[in-house]
Design a protein around this ligand. Structure first.
Ligand code: AOF
Ligand code: ZN
Length: 439
């Protein structure tokens, strides 16, 4: 599944002059590429709803897919094509809707798109409502394509199922089930009971991938976390003297910066604040208010009061184990929120912190280092994906820190494995992205 890619965005030539041609010829990449080539095409129907259809190859959000999008002849368009449109609409709101999912919807009647819409922000109408409103009087007997199962509960907005039933829509095509326990199949069941023809599973994988943070938060109470590393080819994140700016190229850094625009929070350890003094903002990105939240893990409150991440641009949260002191008071006076946890082996218990963040509606986190925080987050099984920007330089030195600190694993059999590896060239650097598999 191209999941993390949805969250952090594929490396895309349109996004900051990234080299579009993967020039990697490592064994891993060759194996990956040949695996892709050997995926057998999925069986695609040649008829749908009485119309002859033919398969096409296409690319969704830069992710090459095959065999699932097909256009009909005789003026008919197959459901996956409308669903692809609904997914494209949903993508417009990535980074804007939390704690809600991104959702898109299209209303089709008589072979024509008569309305479309997407969920713009929590508290605003759901995607179906937007699309039905646009369709106006043309909903009767029509088909609604929606990327997430319609809700059947009154939350910040009334149940979408009610609006669908009143509108006279006769068929609803759903991509993915809503993982929210309050819906989870109930929306589909309600529509069916009322006599609506409900088709499920159209582009389900793509739709689920789009809302992986929402899915993880709903089902586990933890945010979806992506660890980002900028390192030399020999795995170092600074020299032995502590110099770390800059190892990777401006192109890589620009790309990484864009990802800040898509997550609910950016998390770093205090060592990164002391070494790099980053601002940790998503400058120039249109964002939901108060996002991304900056989270600093600082067990002993070592953060300098003049650190740039304490500026008022976006909210900052410090996770610590220090329960009193004048620094606490001064930080609090400046509006910095401090979360205090009982120390676990002298450190902030990250799992407890992550639970608290999810409780506050933070569903996606970009962990930007350093090596100690990343190692702890991986050791606590909190990291879902990793992205490495690897600069073609060697730093060396026994005392130079590596991208993962901590104590490491004692046996190779306990090594953390990475799956679904992709390698791309980003300017002069390599970008390796993968899913973390815990033993
Ligand atoms: C839909 N269409 O566009 C979205 C849905 O508080 P509310 O009323 O906004 O409800 C939020 C929940 O509704 C959210 O957790 C998810 O289960 C569902 N989101 N459902 O039918 C939409 N955004
Ligand atoms: Zn709804």
């Amino acid at each position: 599944m191209e999941s993390g890619a949805q969250l952090i965005g594929r490396v895309n030539p349109a996004e900051g002059g990234v080299n579009p041609v993967p020039r990697l010829h490592s064994r891993g990449f060759r194996q990956y590429a040949s695996r892709l080539r050997h995926i057998p095409p999925r069986p695609v129907p040649t008829r749908w709803n009485g119309a002859r259809v033919h398969p096409v190859q296409t690319s969704l959000n830069g992710v090459h897919t095959r065999g699932f999008l097909w256009y009909g002849v005789n003026g008919h368009t197959a459901p996956a094509a409308y669903m692809a449109r609904a997914l494209a609409l949903a993508r417009r709101a990535i980074g804007q809707t939390s704690p809600n999912p991104v959702v898109g919807a299209v209303v089709v009647n008589g072979g024509r798109v008569v309305g479309e819409g997407y969920h713009r922000r929590a508290g605003l109408p759901h995607a179906e409502i937007e699309a039905l409103r646009k369709a106006g009087a043309h909903t009767h007997g029509g088909t609604l394509y929606v990327t997430l199962e319609p809700c059947n509960h009154a939350g910040r907005t009334p149940p979408c199922c009610d609006a669908i039933l009143t509108s006279g829509i006769s068929r609803v095509v759903v991509a993915a089930k809503d993982p929210n326990p309050i819906t989870n199949g109930r929306g589909i069941a309600r529509l069916r009971r009322a006599g609506v023809d409900v088709v499920t599973g159209v582009l389900a994988r793509e739709a689920a991938a789009l809302n992986e943070p929402f899915q993880k938060a709903m089902t586990t109470g933890l945010p979806f976390a992506v660890g980002k590393v900028g390192q030399s080819l020999d795995g170092k994140i600074a020299t032995a003297r502590g110099e770390s700016r800059w190892i990777t190229s401006p192109t890589s850094r620009r790309l990484a910066h864009r990802w800040r625009g898509r997550v609910d929070a950016i998390l770093v350890g205090v060592n990164t604040v002391l070494a790099d003094d980053p601002r940790l903002t998503a400058r120039g990105m249109s964002r939901q208010r108060g996002r991304p939240v900056r989270v600093i893990v600082d067990g002993h409150l070592r953060i300098p009061l003049r650190a740039r991440c304490l500026s008022s641009h976006s909210p900052t949260l410090i996770a610590t184990t220090v329960s009193s002191g004048s620094k606490r008071v001064r930080l609090a006076r400046r509006g910095i929120e401090i979360l205090t946890f009982p120390a676990t082996r002298g450190r902030v218990p990250l799992r407890r912190l992550f639970r608290e963040l999810a409780r506050r509606g933070i569903q996606s986190i970009l962990i930007e280092g350093g090596g100690e925080v990343l190692a702890s987050a991986v050791a606590e099984r909190l990291v879902d994906r990793l992205v490495f920007f690897i600069a073609p330089i060697l730093i060396g030195g026994r005392a130079a820190p590596g991208s993962f600190g901590g104590t490491g694993v004692s046996r190779l059999s306990r090594a953390i494995r990475l799956e679904e590896l992709t390698c791309t060239r980003v300017g002069p650097d390599l970008c390796v992205e993968a899913r973390v598999v815990y033993p």
